[in-house]
Write a protein that binds this ligand. Structure first.
Ligand SMILES: Cc1cc2nc3c(=O)[nH]c(=O)nc-3n(C[C@H](O)[C@H](O)[C@H](O)COP(=O)(O)OP(=O)(O)OC[C@H]3O[C@@H](n4cnc5c(N)ncnc54)[C@H](O)[C@@H]3O)c2cc1C
Length: 418
């Protein structure tokens, strides 16, 4: 197979342009590294823009008053949104959690500005198809864009793919399955704000769907709908499906099944829920929201006791303040609260599968058991672990992992909360 294009040479290649990838790229660039940020879609933002998940969780702890636990690059993103006129004030949820609602289009614009200003090389419409090297040290990424194939050569690599895709390309035999239900999000427009509705109405819509189609709605409570204050639309999570793996046939089956359910359920919402009589399905996705299908064990995974006991660690490189939120099957959500509505430390070793390797894990690809994963995967914490992975990658050299104290010191200098 011939590659006619010259390779791109950088110090740090970050794969995936979601919260973790953007934070890794900006953190590494602030250390003086030459950075490429590689993203399969035509914009940054990851699940927030790719899958239409319109809220940042994890910037704040749960409880009466929100306490901010993520700053650094995450804060710079909030500041950039605010500069575009976006409200970033945390909003209380009935669960006791706090979220920041997102306009995906403003988020794309804010991230474009930050990535450009940091001097990061953006590679959009670019998918990494293979990673090459010797042993646990990698030096080349095989990338595919609409023009064909080319290579990116890098001293350090960051897996910010959201589902440990880079680790899977590097070590397929080391991957372990992790089943979390996938959700197709949607935006519904044309809500009548004057008509109040409640959980009973949504349950009635779910029952109506079952009666019409002969199939139960996985979210038997009718789903989760968040009005978007800047429009007459709401962000809807109403369709859960099982996704065994990320092969094209499995993804095709899940995407088509989910879209079909979304369109069918819309009819029940219009019939049964006050204020929904004229709603339109403005957009689905654009892509299915994938929580996890696989993971890799790291040097030191975040674990359930970190969450339940709000543990602090001397080797902490990020804080996580979101409860362990699991979606073990379609329609099922479980919460594992952090003790005292507090936060816990993510250990440095969670960012690396091998202590002497040059592949770093970030965001929802870091090492964590199932319950800790339910916490660290959310986007607030993904900014924090991505920031740490980018700094650690930039401060490392071949065969020498950046010392913990240097990483912690640099993160604090860059505004992170440890
Ligand atoms: C349905 C659903 C609802 C959720 N709700 C919330 C919520 O309300 N709030 C919250 O904070 N979190 C929520 N989460 C969790 C959160 O969205 C993710 O865990 C988080 O986005 C992880 O961030 P990340 O940067 O690690 O990965 P992602 O946001 O997944 O970004 C990964 C990026 O990598 C790119 N990519 C992947 N593989 C490649 C490749 N080989 N080459 C190039 N690019 C690649 C993808 O296109 C993507 O843009 C939800 C998740 C889902 C699925």
């Amino acid at each position: 197979m011939s590659i006619g294009r010259p390779p791109l040479h950088v110090d740090v290649a970050v794969v995936g342009g979601g919260a973790a990838g953007v934070a890794a790229a900006l953190g590494a660039a602030a250390c003086g590294a030459r950075v490429a940020l590689i993203e399969a879609y035509g914009f940054f933002g990851g699940t927030a823009t790719v899958a239409g998940v319109q809220s940042y969780c994890g910037f704040h702890t749960r409880g009466e008053q929100p306490r901010q636990v993520v700053a650094g690059v995450g804060q710079r993103v909030l500041d950039a949104l605010q500069a575009l006129g976006h409200d970033v004030v945390p909003i209380a949820q009935s669960s006791g959690n706090w979220i920041i609602l997102l306009d995906p289009e403003l988020l794309k614009r804010a991230l474009d500005g930050l990535v450009s200003a940091a001097g990061v090389q953006p590679l959009l419409h670019c998918r990494v198809a293979a990673v090459e090297g010797r042993g646990n040290r990698f030096d080349r990424l095989l990338c595919v864009d609409p023009q064909g194939m080319f290579e990116v050569h890098a001293a350090q690599m960051v897996d910010a793919t959201g589902n440990a895709n880079l680790a899977a390309l590097a070590w397929p035999g080391r991957m372990r399955p992790r089943r979390q239900a996938a959700t197709l999000t949607a935006r519904l427009s044309g809500l009548d704000p004057a008509r109040a509705y409640g959980r009973d109405d949504l349950r009635r819509a779910a029952a109506d769907y079952q009666q019409r189609t002969g199939m139960p709605l996985a979210r038997g409570n009718g789903g989760y709908f968040v009005p978007l204050p800047w429009s007459d639309a709401c962000w809807a999570m109403m369709v859960d499906v099982e996704l065994p793996d990320c092969t094209s046939p499995s993804l095709a089956r899940a995407e088509m099944q989910a879209r079909g359910i979304a369109h069918d359920y819309l009819l029940s919402l219009r019939r049964c829920v006050p204020g929904f009589a004229r709603v339109q399905l403005e957009t689905t996705g654009p892509a299915l929201g994938i929580r996890a299908t696989q993971h890799i064990v790291s040097q030191r995974d975040a674990v359930i006791d970190d969450v339940l006991q709000a543990r602090r660690h001397a080797d902490g490189i990020a804080r996580s303040g979101w409860p362990g939120e699991l979606h073990p099957r379609a329609g099922v959500t479980e919460y594992h609260p952090i003790a005292g509505d507090d936060w816990f430390h993510v250990p440095y070793g969670a960012l690396q599968p091998d202590a002497d390797g040059n592949l770093w894990l970030a965001g929802s690809s870091i090492g964590a058991d199932d319950v800790a994963f339910g916490s660290v995967r959310v986007m607030g914490c993904a900014f924090a672990t991505g920031h740490a992975a980018g700094v650690a990658a930039a401060l490392s050299s071949p065969g020498r992992r950046a010392p913990l104290q240097a990483v912690q010191h640099t993160l604090i200098e860059q505004g992170a909360l440890l």
